[in-house]
Ligand binder design. Structure first.
Ligand SMILES: Nc1ncnc2c1ncn2[C@@H]1O[C@H](COP(=O)(O)OP(=O)(O)OP(=O)(O)O)[C@@H](O)[C@H]1O
Ligand SMILES: [Mg+2]
Length: 254
C-alpha cells in the first residue's frame, strides 16, 4: 500500500492494566476503503485495542498515525471528531427511542428548527434524513418513527452502523457485529458493511470467527496474547490456517 492509501497505521501499541498486559505489541495498517478483520480468541486483547483506537484509553507505548500524522486521542469525543465511529458490543442503540431519534442522538442540533426559546426538533427532517441514510445502506424500514425494539437483530445492527457513519466517519470499528445473529441476519449486516466500504469508509471488524468476516474482509490481522501475530490479504487466507493461528495451535502447514 502506498502511504496516501493508508488511513490508520497502528505501530507497536501496548497497554497494561496494573500487572496485566492486555495489549503487548500490536501493529497493523488500515487502508482507505478496506475492511480489516481483526481476529482473536478470548483475552487476546481485542476490546482493549478498540478502546485504544476509540480514545477510551491511551497506549503506554507505540503510536497511531492517522492520514500520515501522529495523533493522540484523549477522549472518545476526540476520536469521533477525526472520524472514528465505534460500535461497542450491544451498546449501540437505545431501545426506548425511535430509530430516527437514535440516529441523531447527541447531534440534535443538526435537526432543529426555530430559534431561541422556539427551538425544537424538526420531526419531519429527522424522519426523512434517517430514512435516507438507512436506505443508502441498503435497508428498508417501515418507518423511522418506529422504536428500535421493532427491528430484527440484523436490522438493528445495520441501523446502528448507518447511525455511526452518518456524521462523516472515515473509520468504522465493529465489535462482533454478527455474533448473535442468524445466517440470514448476518448476511444483512455484511451487505451493510459492503455499502459502507463502497462509500470509501474503512472498517475494522472484530470477531473470533473467521467465517463471520470472510465474505467482506479485505485483510486479516490475527491477535494472540496481546500481540499481532499475522497480517495478510484475504486472498492468502486459508480459514483452517487462520483458525489454528487464533487458537494458538501449531501452524498446520509445518
Ligand atoms: N480494565 C481491565 N482491567 C484489568 N484487566 C483487564 C481490563 N481489561 C482487559 N483486561 C485483561 O486484558 C486481557 C485482554 O482483554 P480484552 O478484553 O482486551 O480481550 P478480548 O480479546 O476482547 O477478549 P474477549 O473475546 O473475551 O472479549 C485479558 O486478560 C483481560 O482480563
Ligand atoms: Mg472483548
Amino acid at each position: 500500500m502506498n502511504s496516501s492509501e493508508i488511513l490508520l497505521d497502528v505501530k507497536n501499541v501496548a497497554k497494561s492494566y496494573g500487572h496485566v498486559e492486555a495489549v503487548k505489541d500490536v501493529s497493523f495498517r488500515v487502508g482507505k476503503g478496506r475492511v480489516v478483520a481483526l481476529l482473536g480468541d478470548n483475552g487476546a486483547g481485542k476490546s482493549t485495542l478498540i478502546s485504544l483506537l476509540s480514545g477510551v484509553v491511551k497506549p503506554d507505548k507505540g503510536s497511531l498515525i492517522w492520514e500520515g500524522s501522529p495523533i493522540t486521542l484523549s477522549s472518545p469525543q476526540e476520536a469521533q471528531a477525526i472520524g472514528v465511529a465505534t460500535l461497542f458490543q450491544n451498546l449501540a442503540l437505545v431501545d426506548e427511542l425511535s430509530i430516527a431519534r437514535n440516529m441523531f442522538l447527541g447531534r440534535e442540533d443538526a435537526v432543529t428548527k426555530g430559534w431561541g426559546p422556539f427551538k425544537r426538533l424538526d420531526q419531519k427532517k429527522l424522519r426523512q434524513e434517517t430514512e435516507k441514510a438507512v436506505a443508502a445502506m441498503g435497508l428498508r424500514l417501515r418507518s423511522a418513527d418506529d422504536r428500535v425494539t421493532a427491528l430484527s437483530g440484523g436490522q438493528r445492527q445495520s441501523v446502528a452502523i448507518s447511525c455511526a457513519i452518518h456524521f462523516s466517519a472515515k473509520l468504522l470499528i465493529l465489535d462482533e457485529p454478527t455474533a448473535a445473529l442468524s445466517i440470514r441476519q448476518q448476511e444483512q449486516v455484511l451487505e451493510t458493511i459492503r455499502n459502507v466500504r463502497d462509500r470509501g469508509v474503512s472498517v475494522i471488524f472484530i470477531t473470533h470467527n473467521i467465517h463471520h468476516v470472510k465474505p467482506v474482509a479485505d485483510d486479516i490481522v490475527v491477535l494472540r496474547g496481546g500481540k499481532s501475530i499475522a497480517n495478510f490479504p484475504i486472498g492468502e487466507a486459508d480459514p483452517e490456517h487462520v483458525s489454528a493461528l487464533i487458537r494458538g495451535n501449531e501452524d498446520p502447514r509445518h
